[in-house]
Design a protein around this ligand. Structure first.
Ligand code: SF4
Ligand code: ZN
Ligand code: ZN
Length: 310
């Protein structure tokens, strides 16, 4: 017997076993933005008066979150970084083409800020990562560092801007898995749907999709007609988050709802104060001598040091 939409009893196209909820196309496209709005309100992420910058990569999650925020009436610009990951599948080029197509097809008035890392700093990601590839996961570490720095810089330059990323529940659960497995206390303290702008020079960072499964976001993009880059970044094969995702998916397969339970339990524990550091243990930050962003390093921040190793 085919599943029926809980709201209108027409045939369902999406079945979310973790919510015991099946919906037809029209009701799913209504439900997901409405749930996003609930998450935004629950965690006091931002209001319609705030300026928002969405980090877009050309993937389903970042394009969908931008789409949802614009539909919901928020003032949201896009920000993309051209990292020059262009060997083989020309990943950066493809990603950018999808972002441009999304704007053309859905929001021709939308504003996109683009940072070309090589043009701005003199080297693309593969060149920087190749200088020191001991860990195997070096490209992702460098990539994360560049993204965090540049997102913060833009948010600061545009003035009082909230940074939005498209992390979904699978992303958050796999990072949580890694953080717990290695007992990364500082990372656990900072893993949150909202990272407040609690130090001068740092923008507030929020994840409005953190309660949706990856599969549900793929369904949203498909039903909404958002085309996105399907190929994975060539460096992602080494990413430990991908391995963690596979493990969690196996557990989900055996017991639907496992990922949701794991992540939601963490959020409850956070709310009850389990993951906080006493003030005395918080790492003191000072402005970087070159770029001015807060850093725990003495002198230059890790981002500025990257460019001195040429
Ligand atoms: S897989 Fe790694 S290098 Fe590629 S975009 Fe993601 S973080 Fe960056
Ligand atoms: Zn329906
Ligand atoms: Zn710096």
């Amino acid at each position: 017997m085919s599943l029926k939409c809980r709201k209108c009893h027409q045939p369902a196209v999406v079945n979310m076993r973790q919510h015991k909820l099946a919906l037809c196309e029209a009701h799913y496209l209504e439900w997901l933005p409405a749930q996003t709005q609930r998450t935004i309100e629950k965690y006091h992420m931002f209001t319609r008066e705030d300026k928002i910058l969405v980090a877009v990569s050309g993937g389903k999650d970042s394009l969908s979150v931008w789409d949802i925020l614009l539909q919901l009436g928020y003032h949201a610009d896009g920000l993309t970084l051209q990292l020059g990951i262009d060997e083989g599948i020309r990943y950066s080029e493809q990603s950018h083409a999808y972002i441009e197509k999304f704007i053309r097809d859905f929001y021709p008035q939308a504003v996109l800020h683009t940072v070309d890392v090589k043009a701005a700093y003199g080297a693309a990601l593969p060149e920087i990562a190749a200088r020191d590839d001991r860990a195997g996961e070096r490209p992702c570490a460098v990539c994360g560092l560049i993204k965090r720095h540049e997102m913060n810089r833009l948010a600061y330059e545009l003035g009082d801007t909230v940074l939005v990323t498209g992390h979904n529940l699978d992303d958050e659960a796999s990072v949580l898995w890694g953080n717990l497995f290695h007992w990364q206390i500082e990372a656990l303290v900072r893993q949150s749907p909202v990272l407040p702008a609690d130090r001068p020079g740092l923008a507030r960072k929020v994840k409005p999709l953190c309660r949706f499964y990856e599969r549900d976001m793929a369904a949203y993009a498909l039903l909404r007609g958002i085309e996105y880059v399907y190929d994975e970044c060539p460096f992602s094969v080494n990413a430990s988050t991908l391995r963690n995702k596979l493990t969690l998916n196996e557990m989900e397969q055996e017991q639907p709802g496992t990922k949701m339970q794991f992540y939601a339990g963490f959020l409850t524990a956070r709310e009850r104060g389990l993951f906080t550091l006493p003030e005395a243990e918080q790492v003191p930050l000072a402005p970087c001598a070159r770029c001015g962003q807060p850093t725990s390093a003495h002198g230059l921040c890790a981002f500025c040091k990257l460019w001195d190793h040429r």
